[in-house]
Design a binder for this molecule. Sequence first.
Ligand SMILES: [Zn+2]
Length: 63
Amino acid sequence: MWVCAACHRPWPCPRRRWELLGEYADSPGELALHMAAQLTAASRDLHWAAPAVLCGRFFGWLP
Ligand SMILES: [Zn+2]
């Protein structure tokens, strides 16, 4: 549940962030939309987590 399957760190882990930046290198706007959708889903599953913490986790690393 929102943990990286490979390294068991909170998703998106540093490696996954790096991969996403590569996958969306030509369309950073789509990456932001993708992360917004992920954040919406995660906030349902992680309803105990502080919204500001989730925002930082899903958006704090975007360029
Ligand atoms: Zn990982």
